[in-house]
Design a protein around this ligand. Sequence first.
Ligand SMILES: NC(=O)c1ccc[n+]([C@@H]2O[C@H](COP(=O)([O-])OP(=O)(O)OC[C@H]3O[C@@H](n4cnc5c(N)ncnc54)[C@H](OP(=O)(O)O)[C@@H]3O)[C@@H](O)[C@H]2O)c1
Length: 345
Amino acid sequence: MQYRQIGGTEIVASTIAMGTWALGGWMWGGCDDSEAERAIYAALDAGVTLVDTAPIYGFGRSEETVGRALRNRRRDSVVLASKCGLYWSTEPLPPGNGEWHCYADDAGRTESLEKYVVYRWLRADVVRRGVEDSLRRLRTDYIDVMQVHHVSDRTTPISETMGVLEDLRREGKIRAIGISNANVDQFDEYFRHGVVDVLQERFSMLDRSVEKNGLLAKCCERGASFFAYSPLENGLLTGRVDPKREFKRGDLRLHKPKFSSENIARVNDALSALSEIAKRYDLTVGQLAVAWVASRYDKAFALCGARNPAQALENSIGSDVLLTSEEFDEIDAILDEFELLNRHF
Ligand SMILES: NC(=O)c1ccc[n+]([C@@H]2O[C@H](COP(=O)([O-])OP(=O)(O)OC[C@H]3O[C@@H](n4cnc5c(N)ncnc54)[C@H](OP(=O)(O)O)[C@@H]3O)[C@@H](O)[C@H]2O)c1
């Protein structure tokens, strides 16, 4: 396992992180809590030290699972990354308070199907309360990396949000600040009011938007770390998704064109061709996809989601492999052959 420094901070974490979105159940067609805990143990036992979660993942459930799984571990053996600014309510927000985000009609819990309004709200007192709630669910008194989940809330200036995050850092409740789902202008604006240590965006062999929209270049320029989310394209790049797979109700992949039978088959064919490169390093194609992300930028971390110990273990291998520029070209040529390079879904 490789370990890298986070931004300009003293925090060092594994380049492969345990991503816990699916462990909340919501948007993933439910989840088994005890398998989820065991998945976290497996990742940690394999050398993963970075765990990424968020309050909105299962409406507190993912953070609670992480807190439970870590209760018997030394706190300083884990780098905890969570988020703020995305919350839920059974009532719509009064106008001028935050920004509507989406409706949630499936909490991923078997016992209830509640209707939530999910909203973004980055006002100082709301962020502070959100961080306190995360601390309680995670059973800790500090969070290593606190990230703004979606940077924009048209009712709050960025100066206010960054102000409270820097206050929380001074108070020792958080150690580093990150932002997610941003554009270059928002990234610059956050930097005008403090120091951003982490940028978290989608990034994989199949989705390279951050290389085109200037965000990755900006990250390099500012010395921030880059947390790449969905490096396995929600599992598609593991090569284990059967084109006939029927996703459960409430699984975000159910109606995505990326997960149409035709596209799954196309990706699986490309992955078969890529397996020749993976074999050179004794990797599976999924591990090659993770190595691709970790090799692309020396401050990159690959946030890999896993639902069970076997997935967590498989995903934790591959960060020691540094792909060469010739191999990047080889991979691009194969993806191009299958019309997957720069394909928009
Ligand atoms: N900031 C943001 O807005 C944002 C957005 C998305 C994600 N994230 C973070 O990034 C993390 C990772 O992203 P992600 O969860 O979207 O996707 P991902 O890592 O690309 O894919 C995770 C899913 O792929 C399948 N999978 C994983 N490893 C596997 C393996 N070895 N073999 C077979 N299947 C495997 C599992 O689903 P099945 O078993 O059901 O197939 C798993 O839930 C999240 O957990 C979260 O921490 C952040």
